[in-house]
Each structure stands twice: as structure tokens, then as C-alpha cells.
Ligand binder design. Structure first.
Ligand SMILES: [Fe+2]
Length: 504
């Protein structure tokens, strides 16, 4: 008979057949499923392949001992209680088995009511251990929720969620797929798998056809599979991620196990994790939209500044694109690149505070006018102050006029005291400024600008970033003819030795 999930499954092992029979009879009236064995090997095979809550085993049984049974049970059923029986007790043996994780010790011959009471306590202990394991799972979930609330990056958060699902379900693979509800195009895919062949199974999004959008219930399918001559159950769970009753994604879970099924508790936990994923994705999308709107508004502001100065038309856009290409060459990730676009777009936003008469002055600026011009990073910071969404632009705005040798402004920072964002922007911002026409002079040729940048390597600029900029041009990652109408001659780069690595 197969044990019922709600009834405790007890295994009794003793090489004396009559002892097995007496125990089975004594427990017959209790709500247990009792399986008796006189052969420890057969019992161990049963324990490996079935759900077990409590084991009552003799300590000495020919070649096999109760210790072997104890070790095996703890390996396959960490929450099960093991009670050891022996007719020849020694204090040392008792201490030894208890240390190894046995729940209790019964000395033969024992009274049957004492045995029944010990079993009852053992099952209560097993229930508490199981609850503790569940609490541990909930703790993991709380950690996950906290990561979400703390604004952890969405990719990091979803990875954590996939890892949690994999652990809680003892799954061989878990995949989380976010797709566009209109086009079904995959927007995000996070998966974890023990084997590549299983990864493919959980990365499939066509299982969404099985989903009922109204209920949001998971689809659970299982089938037997042969692995190394043994039969296992392969269980596939497809859990929909719904937002306003529209399907935005799936969590696919693949489990391969010998016995048992997905428990209602696990299904509940998955529902909570899925809600958490849905709200994290929705929050992230909202945040990105909002950030996009802010950026759009600020871009309009930057364009308004450029419009005041016909000489700087397109400067912000070119600088953003050039900086992005160098950053890609340096291996910056998507998050860093998004921040870079924002920072480069806003880097001169403080020029809104500089009067037209100074911005467009054809001659040399007076000292006072220069001071006003040099205020633009500080004014820029004030403009975006208090707007959390624009915080990533701070480093670009405040440090793009700092010099590597410490003689720049506004703070006079030196070397790596200057954030890398500012050091990178300084190179491409200055390069574009040299090439562009100014009210007081005509734009220089590309070769002249490159030589000028090289000349100020170590003084104004971080030498490694100058090298990276030049190497990105050499490696054709940057094609300057896409940026400038003037004649493009970069042959001068051959005479400017730079480090081949030039990556930071
Ligand atoms: Fe500037």
C-alpha cells in the first residue's frame, strides 16, 4: 500500500520477525502507515524510495547496523525521526547514536505503551523540525522581499528569485521569462540549471498557451523518466506572471525526484514569489518610464541651451555617443551605459545659468566671465538636486572639468579621486570641443584634436582612458566619419604609442 501524504509513514526494522509483528500489531490502531522489515537492506531500499516520517530500527542486525539506517535516513529525509532499539545497551553506544542524530533510544524488552509514547513524541519532533525548515524557507523569502524593497537592480533581484525557487523546489532547472504581452517578444530571461539540456526546457515560453489568465493557476505536469535504470518522476511547473490579468511572463520549474509530489505549501510559496516578481517587474518598468520622461524633459532643456549657442549644436549628442562607444570598449554593463547616456546628456545643463553674452562671446573671456563659466558644473548639480531619478548624472556633471593632475575645477580633484565617469567624459568632451567651431575660432582638424588630447595625457586626462579612446578608433569601434564632416585622418595615431590593453 502506498502511504497517504497526511498519515505518518513509519518504518520498523528488526531481524527478529516476531518483534516486527508485535510492534506492527501494537501500532495497528494508531493513524499510521507501518512498514516492517527483517532485512535491513530491503528497508534501506524502501527508505531511499519513499516518503518516511519515522524509523524504528534495531541497532545490531548482522552485517548492517542501525547506524547505517540512521545515516541513510538523515541523508534522504533530514526531518525524519529515528528511534534506535537494542537489547544490549551501553552508555557509550547510546551517546554515540544520539550524537549521530537519532531521536531516542529504546532498551529491549520495552513496554509497548512506552514505545507508543516515544513514537508519538518522535512524530511531534519531526513536525517541529519540518516547520523549522519551512520557517527557514520563509526567511529566505523575506530576504528576497527586502532585496526588492531595497531597490536592488531588477536583473539581480530576478536572479535571486530564480535561485530561491530552485532551492525551495529542489529543482534541476528554473527559468523566468518576461515577455511583451502584445508581441510575445522575450524582454528578459533568467535561468539556472544543473545541466544544459534542462536549461532549454525551462527557457521555453510557448508553454504560455497552457495558462488560464483568469485564474493565474500554475500548470503542473509530471511523467516517469528512466535515469541509470531507476524510475524517477519529472515534474514541470509553469507558473504565469500576471499583471492586471495579462500574461507578462512565466516561471518554469523542472523537478526530477524519486517520490512525492509538489506540496500545496510549495504552490503557495510559488504564488507569493510570483506576485513578488510581478510587482518588481511592474515597479521597474514604471521607474524606467518615469526616468525616460525626466530624461526627455531634461534633454529638451539641454537642447534649449544648445539652441542659444549655434556653435555647440549637436555637441551633447556627439559626446554621449562617443563616450558610450569608449565605455562599450571598456566593457561597461547595460546599467552603467544607461547612466552614462543620462550623465553625458546632462553634463552641461548648468550652462543655463551662463548669460548669452558670455556663451557667445567672440573674444577672450575676462576673469570674471571665466568664473561664471566655471560655475556651470555646480549650477548643474543644483538643477538636478532632489531628483532621485537623475542621480546617476551627478558624477558626470560635477567632475567633467576636473584635471588628472589636480588643476581642474570645481574641486581640484586629482587622478583617481576623479570619478571614472568624469575622467571618461573629459576626454571626449574636450575632443569634440576642439573639433567644433567656437565663436572665437574655427574648429580644428581631427588629427590636431587627437594630438592635443595626446599632449594632455597625464595632465588633463587619465592616460588609460586616452589610450582606450585611441584604441577604440584604431579598432574601428569608433568611426569618426559618422560624427564629423571634416576630413578624417587618424594616421597620426600611429605615432602615438599607447597601451594595447587600455581597459580598466
Ligand atoms: Fe562642461
Amino acid at each position: 500500500m502506498k502511504p497517504n501524504d497526511s498519515i505518518a509513514n513509519i518504518v520498523v526494522i528488526d531481524d527478529e520477525k516476531y518483534i516486527c509483528a508485535i510492534i506492527a500489531e501494537a501500532l495497528a490502531s494508531a493513524p499510521y502507515h507501518v512498514q516492517t522489515f527483517v532485512q535491513p537492506v530491503a528497508a534501506m531500499e524502501y527508505i531511499k524510495n519513499n516518503r518516511v516520517d519515522l524509523v524504528l530500527t534495531d541497532l545490531v542486525m548482522g552485517k548492517r547496523s542501525g547506524i547505517d539506517v540512521l545515516d541513510l535516513t538523515r541523508k534522504h529525509h533530514p526531518d525524519a525521526a529515528v528511534i534506535m532499539m537494542t537489547a544490549h545497551p551501553t552508555v557509550q553506544a547510546a551517546i554515540s547514536v544520539l550524537k549521530k542524530g537519532a531521536y531516542d533510544f529504546l532498551v529491549k524488552p520495552f513496554k509497548l505503551d512506552i514505545m507508543s509514547a516515544t513514537i508519538r513524541r518522535g512524530l511531534e519532533h519531526q513536525r517541529v523540525v519540518r516547520e523549522n525548515l519551512q520557517l527557514k524557507e520563509q526567511l529566505e523569502f523575506l530576504k528576497l522581499s527586502r532585496a526588492n524593497v531595497a531597490g536592488t537592480e531588477i536583473e539581480e533581484y530576478l536572479k535571486l528569485l530564480v535561485t530561491t525557487c530552485k532551492r525551495e523546489f529542489s529543482a534541476v532547472a528554473v527559468g523566468l521569462i518576461e515577455f511583451d504581452p502584445d508581441t510575445n517578444d522575450i524582454l528578459r530571461l533568467v535561468s539556472e540549471s544543473d545541466q544544459e539540456c534542462n536549461r532549454e526546457k525551462v527557457e521555453l515560453s510557448d508553454t504560455h498557451q497552457l495558462i488560464d489568465n483568469e485564474t493565474g493557476e500554475p500548470v503542473i505536469k509530471s511523467w516517469p523518466v528512466e535515469i541509470d535504470g531507476q524510475t524517477f518522476n519529472e515534474i514541470f511547473i509553469c507558473q504565469p506572471i500576471l499583471m492586471r490579468r495579462r500574461l507578462h511572463g512565466l516561471i518554469n520549474i523542472l523537478i526530477v525526484e524519486k517520490f512525492g509530489t509538489v506540496t500545496p505549501g510549495q504552490v503557495d510559496l510559488l504564488a507569493i514569489l510570483t506576485d513578488s516578481a510581478a510587482s518588481a517587474i511592474a515597479n521597474h518598468n514604471l521607474y524606467t518610464d518615469l526616468q525616460g520622461s525626466y530624461l526627455h524633459a531634461i534633454k529638451a532643456l539641454a537642447n534649449a541651451i544648445e539652441a542659444r549657442d549655434k556653435y555647440t549644436a549637436g555637441h551633447t549628442d556627439r559626446v554621449s555617443r562617443l563616450a558610450e562607444l569608449v565605455a562599450r570598449f571598456l566593457g561597461w554593463n547595460d546599467h552603467q551605459l544607461r547612466n552614462l547616456i543620462m550623465g553625458c546628456t546632462l553634463h552641461d545643463v548648468g550652462k543655463i545659468g551662463v548669460p548669452d553674452s558670455i556663451l557667445n562671446k567672440p573674444g577672450k573671456l575676462t576673469e570674471e566671465e571665466q568664473d561664471q563659466m566655471r560655475d556651470h558644473p555646480t549650477v548643474g548639480l543644483k538643477i538636478i538636486e532632489g531628483i532621485d531619478l537623475l542621480k546617476p548624472a551627478v558624477k558626470y556633471i560635477e567632475s567633467h572639468h576636473e584635471w588628472y593632475d589636480g588643476t581642474g575645477y570645481p574641486k581640484g580633484l586629482k587622478g583617481e579621486e576623479i570619478p571614472i565617469e568624469g575622467r571618461l567624459l573629459a576626454v571626449v568632451d574636450t575632443f569634440d570641443a576642439i573639433v567644433s567651431d567656437r565663436p572665437y575660432r574655427k574648429g580644428a582638424e581631427i588629427a590636431v584634436a587627437l594630438q592635443e588630447i595626446y599632449k594632455y595625457r597625464d595632465k588633463q586626462f587619465d592616460p588609460e582612458l586616452v589610450d582606450s579612446f585611441f584604441n577604440a578608433i584604431r579598432n574601428k569601434l569608433i568611426n569618426l566619419s559618422e560624427f564629423y564632416d571634416s576630413e578624417i585622418d587618424t594616421s597620426c595615431l600611429d605615432e602615438m604609442p599607447v597601451s594595447e590593453k587600455a581597459r580598466v
